[in-house]
Design a protein around this ligand. Sequence first.
Ligand code: ADP
Ligand code: MG
Length: 228
Amino acid sequence: MIRLENLSRFYRAGASVVRALDGVSLAIERGEFVAIMGASGSGKSTMMNIIGLLDRPTSGHYLLEGHDVGRLGDDALARLRSREFGFVFQQFNLLPRMSAVEQVELPLVYQHARQRRRQARAALARVGLAERARHRPTELSGGQQQRVAIARALVVNPRVVLADEPTGALDTATGEEVMQVFGDLVRHQGITVILVTHEADVASHADRLVRMRDGRVVEDTRRRVLLG
Ligand code: ADP
Ligand code: MG
């Protein structure tokens, strides 16, 4: 589904060039649960941004469902992005004065109020928060707040969720709670999850570990063979 071919992303920094990604080739199939690890500055976020169509590579190819996205204009890219990808970040980016269900409705700008509410409630149910729809962020735990953010990513029915250090602001137990939600999305809801983490415990929830160093993939291991 996602195919990166000899992909590079360079940044100019004064007289020098930062090779944020330096010849990455990687294929991710539908339904995979992939953890990306690597030291700070190794290119993890750069790769996530390119996969999520928020950024373009300097060179190389990105094929999404067999289509070279490098050939698409900005409008087509934005449409594809909003249809295919949901994003979750370390900071939940919730608005303090809105209830959970109102936050989750936000991406549904083009729909009627009743339809928005119905879809937002369904998305909250997918992360186990149906009972918390009316609560504001201050009335929710950190784990519940991140689950609201996951519901907001899911409400447009993306096929892929990209999560950049989604447990980075959470304690271990709460991080586990959030990882259970990602696991459920992959195993029971047909979502592909690609997540960045610093912690081996967090990565152990995934089926595949991709390790990066200096803009390159230095390890790619399938951790679990799912039988049956
Ligand atoms: P990670 O997420 O693994 O910490 P990043 O992908 O954020 O790493 O960054 C990879 C490298 O690219 C780092 O050296 C970083 O400083 C550099 N970099 C990232 N974004 C930019 C940018 N917008 N401008 C210049 N350099 C950048
Ligand atoms: Mg990063």
